[in-house]
Design a protein around this ligand. Structure first.
Ligand SMILES: [Zn+2]
Length: 486
């Protein structure tokens, strides 16, 4: 009897809006069937691939979903991103030991060492102080050490400088994330800079940007950064490494040996629109990395960082973020096509979130980088009238809480609110500073949770709301390592 009433209630709900609800209802039934058939993969992982969207928090994921869905001709919300099809997920708490709002140094160290530490530190324990060589130095064993001990290969791919915080936590230990070359390390400090640590490490493959930190000042038209006159790229080659300098080198490279491989394709980070400057794409670099590392029969660890999502947000330029997240989707789709999830643990996550928010109440189909239009009571798609603030002006779907696009302007030492009347047309301009509340030079990170999506061996352990450093322990468990000495 109870079920009969339930049926009547559901049926009356559905018949009230017969146009699309049966589809929703059937999707729900299919979801239950799929969930019941899911099998837990307790195999030992041969390979682990971690894809980090730098700054790719939950809000950015929502922005990406709507953007990709709208680009594909839909209203946006219904779209499913490639990583949203993975089997398991957890919410990740990203704070560092001293930062409610974290940075990439502390968060990447948590992922790659199993310990939370202070913001700004790379691969060092919480007992160290940022920028202080005289403070205690306890180097944390990293994922690279774990994988090397198991006879596996290690690689990283990024579109930032390879010495930048997120990749640096794979292979280095530094009192300061900014000590990317020797010019920044204080003179009385005995610590090697991050670029030198990279060259001296036994990481197998590194592809990204940041040539300037490996070259002396005299090189690159005085844009080299090293004060010690060392050319680390020449030293690397002399010691038997293979170096790729540009897209030609990349296209001509054939994998024919186990020689260590480093490719640095720009002086600093990759440009936002890398394809316009004849650089290999993150997707192409990842393909090479997987092919290279796959030759080790014991397996590999690969970090792929889509690092410029973060920079687009910092600049307050949402359109750059949209370009970067589209590349991020293609990258993940491509990796999924390349790997065997029976033996590869794939984790897609972010190091931290950003101070970006979503307005309401917007009708469906309001452009994610445009104006928030009114909900249409008679149709799925929004009305052509925008929602208005009490100042009588429209507002955008996405807003930053702080950043260069602040609605406050400075005049004679005073800031005053100056909200402009903007249209979708203004927001479409690629360099547009998206509207923000508080005026700052750079938009900031936020302490909001991020998601880790996963499939493959041990991915079922990603469950609940967990600390970011637990990801290391999940990876460590997945490869069957029981031997950690810290
Ligand atoms: Zn950042």
């Amino acid at each position: 009897m109870k079920y009969f009433f339930l049926f009547i209630i559901i049926f009356s709900q559905l018949s009230a809006n017969p146009k699309n609800s049966w589809q929703d209802f059937n999707d729900g039934q299919l979801f239950i069937e799929n969930q019941l058939q899911k099998q837990v993969n307790k195999n030992k992982a041969k390979n682990v691939i971690v894809i980090i969207g730098d700054g790719y928090g939950i809000t950015t994921n929502y922005i990406n979903r709507l953007n990709q869905g709208q680009k594909n001709g839909g209203l946006g919300d219904e779209f499913i991103l490639p990583h949203e099809k993975l089997d398991h997920l957890a919410l990740i708490k990203t704070y560092t030991t001293n930062g409610q709002t974290p940075d990439s140094a502390g968060t990447s160290t948590a992922i790659h060492s199993g310990f939370k530490t202070k913001s700004g530190l790379i691969g060092l324990s919480n007992s160290s102080k940022r920028g202080d060589c005289t403070s205690e130095k306890k180097e944390l064993e990293s994922i690279m050490d774990v994988f090397k001990q198991l006879g596996k290969s290690v690689g990283l791919v990024t579109n930032t400088r390879v010495t930048h915080a997120t990749p640096a936590a794979v292979y280095s230990h530094s009192f300061d994330r900014n000590w990317e070359d020797d010019s920044k390390v204080p003179e009385d400090c005995l610590q090697d800079d991050i670029a030198l640590q990279l060259i001296n490490s036994n990481i197998d493959l590194v592809l990204g940007g940041g040539r300037r930190h490996f070259l002396p000042i005299e090189v690159l038209n005085q844009k080299g950064k090293r004060k010690d006159s060392r050319n680390l790229i020449e030293e690397f080659k002399t010691n038997g490494g293979v170096f790729l300098n540009d897209n030609n080198d990349f296209k001509n490279y054939k994998i024919d040996s186990n020689k260590r491989l480093i490719g640095l394709f720009s002086d600093s980070h990759f440009p936002y629109l890398a394809e316009k400057e004849n650089k290999p794409s993150l997707l192409e670099l990842s393909n090479l990395a997987i092919e290279y590392l796959n030759r080790n029969k014991n397996g590999f660890y690969l970090l792929i960082e889509a690092g410029r999502i973060d920079h687009g947000h910092h600049a307050g330029k949402l359109n750059y973020v949209l370009k970067q997240t589209q590349q991020f989707n293609n990258l993940i789709q491509n990796v999924l096509a390349k790997v065997n999830l029976k033996e590869t643990l794939l984790i897609v996550t972010a190091d931290h979130a950003h101070s970006v928010g979503i307005n309401g109440y917007c009708g469906r189909g309001s452009k994610i980088n445009g104006i928030c239009y009114r909900i249409n009571p008679n149709d799925s798609k929004h009305q052509n009238k925008p929602n208005l603030g009490l100042d009588g002006k429209p507002f955008s779907v996405v807003n930053y809480l702080n950043g260069p696009g602040s609605i406050f302007e400075k005049k004679y030492f005073f800031y005053y609110a100056n909200r402009k009347r903007l249209s979708d047309f203004d927001y479409d301009e690629i360099e547009f500073d998206h509207e923000a509340l508080i005026p700052t030079f750079k938009e900031s990170h936020s302490g909001l949770d991020v998601v880790a999506y996963a499939s493959g061996p041990s991915s079922y352990l990603l469950n609940g709301t967990i600390e970011q450093n637990f990801l290391f322990h999940i990876i460590n468990h997945a490869v069957g390592n029981s031997n950690i000495n810290q």
